[in-house]
Design a protein around this ligand. Structure first.
Ligand code: ADP
Ligand code: MG
Length: 245
């Protein structure tokens, strides 16, 4: 089932065409990687899906609904979740408290009192932490966790918003190779079991070719290839322009 449709997006900054004719879809449960050299337009495309940028032309549809001009907050409520390149947790708070905060901010009936609201969301927070294999760290301050574990807490925070689509901007940046594989295996299994579509940008080709169902290659704002990891790896234009072999 098609979850996200990106149709003919264009965006220029002054004279620079950061994105042109960008068209693709993401299905529920699918992991789509966007790759390309620095300046290729990955972040621009990402930000047009997340709502941080408005395209000059083209459309973004979520579940068939036009969200091209919706604010990031509105997209979040419609089911567009996001993680960031640098983990965004409150380090002095425990893993559970971080997820509880996310649950409170997603829950509009909150009465404004922090402690009772936090306690109401404790069980759900621990359940979300268990989905990312971090329930045992529920009461550990994030400052005492390894970076890879903080990234898993961040994934639980993103899941608190019950996303249909998860945007992950270089999710494994700053992580050791083994931690990378763990995080992406986890992301893939959550995406598949819960039908969440994942759009991610990534520099590590092992992560891309090991975890993406499909890969989109951007060069100077345009899609030069798309397909399964094998198809993309064999593409002559991709080899010449990007993979360098
Ligand atoms: P990537 O994420 O693939 O490295 P970007 O989407 O950040 O690429 O950038 C694509 C092109 O658009 C680059 O040439 C970049 O300099 C330009 N660009 C991106 N954002 C802006 C901006 N806010 N203002 C001006 N130029 C920008
Ligand atoms: Mg970028």
């Amino acid at each position: 089932m098609t979850l996200l449709t990106v149709d003919d997006l264009h965006k220029s900054f002054g004279g620079v065409m950061a994105a042109r004719d960008v068209t693709f879809t993401v299905a529920s449960g699918e992991m789509l990687a966007v790759i390309g050299p620095n300046g290729a337009g990955k972040s621009t495309v990402f930000n047009m899906v997340g709502g941080q940028l408005t395209p000059d032309r083209g459309k973004v549809l979520l579940d068939g609904q036009d969200i091209t001009r919706a604010s990031p907050q509105k997209r979040f409520r419609r089911g567009v979740g996001r993680t960031f390149q640098v983990a965004q947790t409150f380090l002095s708070m425990s893993a559970a408290e971080n997820v509880q905060m996310a649950l409170i901010s997603c829950n509009r009936q909150s009465n404004g009192l922090w402690a009772p609201a936090r306690d109401r969301h404790r069980d759900k927070a621990v359940e979300l932490l268990s989905r990312v294999g971090m329930e045992e760290a529920a009461d550990t301050p994030c400052s005492a966790l390894a970076y890879g574990d903080v990234k898993r807490v961040e994934l639980a925070i993103a899941l608190a918003g019950q996303p249909k689509l998860l945007l992950m901007d270089e999710p494994t940046a700053g992580m050791a190779p083994r931690e990378r594989a763990t995080l992406m295996d986890l992301t893939a299994s959550i995406a598949e079991s819960q039908g969440i579509g994942v759009l991610f940008t990534e520099h590590d080709m092992d992560v891309v070719f090991g975890h993406a169902a499909r890969v989109l290659v951007l060069l100077r704002g345009q899609i030069i290839a798309s397909g399964t990891p094998d198809e993309v790896r064999r593409d002559e234009q991709v080899k010449r322009a990007y993979l360098g072999d």
